[in-house]
Design a protein around this ligand. Structure first.
Ligand code: FE2
Ligand code: FE2
Length: 315
């Protein structure tokens, strides 16, 4: 068992050897205490990594020679949402940054940089390992778009709408909480962490894709800061004005209704995950955030959560 302080302090070389479960424990460790924005910014300065240092040469061999067609299809299916998700959150965070405190703005500059770096990570992976064609970031995004599942289109479509709404008044507390619920709680706290657990467990158990494993584990550690920021933001918002809890509930109802409407499922069995296991993983991720931060749910939302569908994408 790795010490969580090792997770906090590892450089890219050390991250290569971390277990995703330890990184997920690291994400949740501080949720009860919730560090403030300045502390998270300081942590960013210590933990940022260089995406161009990653070496994908063994990944290319694994992808072409050791993985089956089913494994490759499932892998592309589950990570295409991330490829697009990273890019979308990178370009839609600035509107959220505008309406926060100065400390929050300083922290947010770091998260925007993280998301830009994650976009480059997926761009490199899709270009160099999967072999998608294109001369620009946009070209490669276009090439992977056909693999994006409708679950991606649902929450990210909602986020695009909420970002537009926020653009009209970036300081509107209710609009900020709606946006924050979709982005930090659902997309990062549930979808992203679930995809990380699934793909990284696969890589680790099979001994495949060391470059991807290193970069995506580092991405998961960045996600710890993002989720902690988001939960702090939601908790402080509700403490300041308890009526904002209704905004969290309304947004969750919308997200869960979209989730229940999925008609196409990803075949993740070839990566070692049954639909029921994925469903339980997502529910667990959601509960861990809500319980630790003290967000209570009415019975109708609890029922919707129990019916969560295991269709995935992330940011
Ligand atoms: Fe990201
Ligand atoms: Fe993120």
């Amino acid at each position: 068992m790795t010490e969580l302080s090792d997770v906090a302090a590892s450089d890219l070389r050390g991250i290569r050897h971390l277990d995703i479960d330890d990184v997920l424990a690291y994400v949740h460790r501080d949720l009860k205490r919730l560090p403030d924005y300045t502390e998270l910014y300081k942590r960013y300065l210590r933990q940022r990594w260089d995406v161009y240092e990653l070496d994908f040469s063994q990944d290319i061999v694994d992808w072409r020679e050791r993985m089956s067609q089913e494994e490759r299809d499932a892998f592309v299916g589950i990570s295409a949402g991330f490829h697009h998700g990273e890019r979308q959150v990178e370009v839609e965070l600035p509107v959220f940054m505008l309406g926060g405190s100065e400390e929050s703005k300083i922290y947010m500059s770091s998260q925007i940089e993280d998301e830009a770096r994650h976009t480059v990570f997926f761009d490199r992976f899709y270009r160099e390992v999967v072999g998608m064609p294109g001369d620009s970031v946009q070209d490669v995004l276009d090439a992977s778009f056909e693999h994006v599942s409708e679950t991606f289109v649902g929450p990210f479509g909602l986020l695009a709408y909420q970002a537009d709404e926020l653009r009209k008044d970036p300081e509107d507390p209710a609009a900020r909480v709606r946006y924050g619920t979709t982005y930090f709680l659902w997309i990062e706290g549930v979808l992203a962490l679930s995809v990380m657990k699934i793909t990284l467990t696969y890589c680790r158990e099979r001994g495949f894709l060391p470059g991807y494993y290193t970069g995506f584990t580092a991405t998961c550690r960045d996600e710890a800061r993002h989720v902690q920021f988001g939960m702090r933001f939601l908790r402080d918002s509700v403490q300041e004005d308890p009526r904002l809890l209704l905004q969290i509930h309304e947004t969750l109802r919308t997200i869960l209704a979209i989730n229940a409407a999925t008609s196409r499922r990803l075949a993740l069995e070839s990566l070692g995950w049954s639909p029921e296991e994925v469903r339980r993983l997502m529910i667990r991720q959601l509960h861990m955030k809500l319980v630790d931060v003290g967000i209570a749910l009415p019975p109708d939302i609890q029922d919707m959560i129990a019916r969560i569908q295991p269709e995935l994408a992330g940011g």
